[in-house]
Design a protein around this ligand. Structure first.
Ligand SMILES: O=C(O)CCC(=O)C(=O)O
Length: 245
């Protein structure tokens, strides 16, 4: 992760800087894209003239951006425009450490597994309970069928192994039922989100935070009131297909 405090960026500058690292994704939730800048996904609980300015409470569960796509995101760059005085932090967990601290036996077993990732899983499991806006509709559901990824991936730049599963989007292991997968996934999800692996970012207005989705997962904390504005712009940088170990 890279954190740049006190940046003063127009949407065009945010997009231009992001493009230096690769081509940019257009998020499947089209209602949340910034007018005139489809590369900017707006995460916001602000409503103006009765119209939501973005997707409220997006990412309020552990996930890696776009892991539900066949080619998940390399990185994301989030720019803070409005932040609650208290709360609204984002937690990031280190998936290299998550892998490296498992026993050799479990590492070896996971090295050979693949898992299914599904945007609908998070939508049903988390959003339906929390009244988020801009949920998956039929068109966006069609664009995001479940996909399979290796459970352990080799980072293309560092060559290090990282666990590539997350509670938000990973529904089960390939060739196993959800019921069979559940006990091991539950163990792994508590392992990968333990405090020792977490950096918690306390946002300030004008922060630009750039994270690598190939070796981290993150969780936006919803601990502020609905009347407390939180307004962010995010660009998403295209990645490559996860390489198994
Ligand atoms: O709002 C945040 O802090 C993070 C939102 C999120 O999870 C994301 O952009 O993927």
């Amino acid at each position: 992760m890279l954190i740049f405090r006190d940046q003063h960026l127009t949407p065009a500058q945010h997009v231009a800087f992001s493009r230096r690292f690769g081509s940019l994704e257009t998020h499947v939730i089209s209602e949340a894209l910034l007018e005139g800048y489809p590369e900017i996904y707006v995460i916001s609980n602000v409503v103006e003239n009765g119209k939501p300015k973005g997707r409220a409470y997006a990412g309020t569960y552990w996930h890696s951006d776009l892991s539900y796509m066949a080619v998940p995101a390399m990185g994301s760059m989030m720019y803070a425009l409005q932040i609650p005085e208290i709360g609204g932090d984002t937690m990031f967990a280190n998936m290299y450490l998550a892998y490296e601290t498992l026993s050799m036996g479990l590492q070896r077993m996971l090295d050979g597994l693949s898992a299914v990732h599904d945007f609908g899983h998070a939508d049903q499991r988390y959003f339906s309970k929390r009244g988020a806006t801009a949920r998956l509709n039929e068109a966006s559901r069609k664009k995001t069928p479940p996909v399979e990824h290796p459970v352990v991936r080799t980072h293309p730049t560092t060559g290090r192994k990282a666990l590539f599963i997350n509670p938000g989007f990973t529904s089960h292991f390939v060739d196993m039922t959800e019921e069979e997968s559940e006990p091991l996934l539950a163990y792994l999800f508590q392992h990968i989100t333990q405090p020792a692996f977490i950096y918690r970012h306390r946002w300030q207005v004008n922060d630009l935070v750039f994270w690598d989705n190939r070796c981290t997962i993150h969780h936006a904390i919803r601990d502020y009131g609905e009347e407390t504005p939180r307004h962010m712009h995010r660009t998403t940088i295209c990645g490559d297909k996860p390489v198994p170990v």
